[in-house]
Design a protein around this ligand. Structure first.
Ligand SMILES: Cc1cc2nc3c(=O)[nH]c(=O)nc-3n(C[C@H](O)[C@H](O)[C@H](O)COP(=O)(O)O)c2cc1C
Length: 195
């Protein structure tokens, strides 16, 4: 790892032991070993259930929540890889993101979102909307839906599907450009309209 590596905090929406999303993060860590330093956030299931009464400024900050927020603040970029559950975003992941709404750790943070699932489009759109409304910096190239993930990745953390590998490499390169400030604001995805 080089000292000028880009620090990535990776979060898997699946906490399953042999999760394909965790394996995908590991595959991306291997692909980017020269330029990225990837830490996987492993505290998703330990965060308390979000409750505004327990949020920042109301009571002393929960230690686990404080740790999560700090890891987000310290990261140059965040990589989220997640399945879709019941056509939505996995609850543990949404719970973690809800803890950042008032403290705005995602605001202006370069983010890559990969939904790697059996299908996944509805969960992907939902999470993309959430991340954009909390001001994450995401371009069309730093979001990717990989349907049928089970057949596209092997247990040695290699992406075996050529087209998926190409798209993941494009995502890595686009995320790098956002971190380096090579992307204009106008090239980023806008926050969804609320009505
Ligand atoms: C509770 C539950 C709900 C699921 N719902 C969906 C779904 O709505 N859409 C979908 O594409 N896959 C769904 N799946 C299948 C997951 O996409 C698939 O198991 C995926 O590989 C899980 O990711 P992981 O390997 O990282 O755990 C569901 C799985 C579970 C356990």
């Amino acid at each position: 790892m080089r000292t000028d590596s880009i620090n990535i905090l990776a979060i898997s929406g699946s906490t399953r032991k042999s999760s394909s999303n965790i394996n995908l993060i590991k595959a991306i860590a291997l692909l980017t070993a020269e330029n990225f330093s990837v830490s996987i956030f492993d505290g998703l299931t330990e965060l308390p259930h979000f409750n505004p009464d327990l949020d920042y400024g109301q009571v002393p900050e929960d230690e686990k929540v404080a740790g999560f927020r700090k890891q987000l603040r310290d990261a140059d970029a965040v990589l989220i890889c997640t399945p879709e559950y019941a056509v939505g975003v996995p609850g543990t992941l949404k719970n973690a993101i809800d803890w950042t709404v008032s403290t705005m750790e995602f605001s202006k943070k370069p983010v890559a979102l990969i939904t790697a699932s059996t299908a996944g489009s509805r969960g992907h759109q939902s999470l993309l909307g959430t991340l954009l409304i909390i001001e994450s910096k995401i371009s069309v190239d730093t979001q990717l839906l990989i349907s049928g993930i089970q057949t596209k990745l092997n247990s040695d953390f290699h992406i075996t599907d050529e087209d998926t590998l190409k798209k993941v490499n494009q995502l890595i390169s686009a995320l790098t450009s956002i971190v380096k400030g090579e992307i204009q604001e106008s090239q980023l995805l806008p926050a969804p309209l609320l009505n």
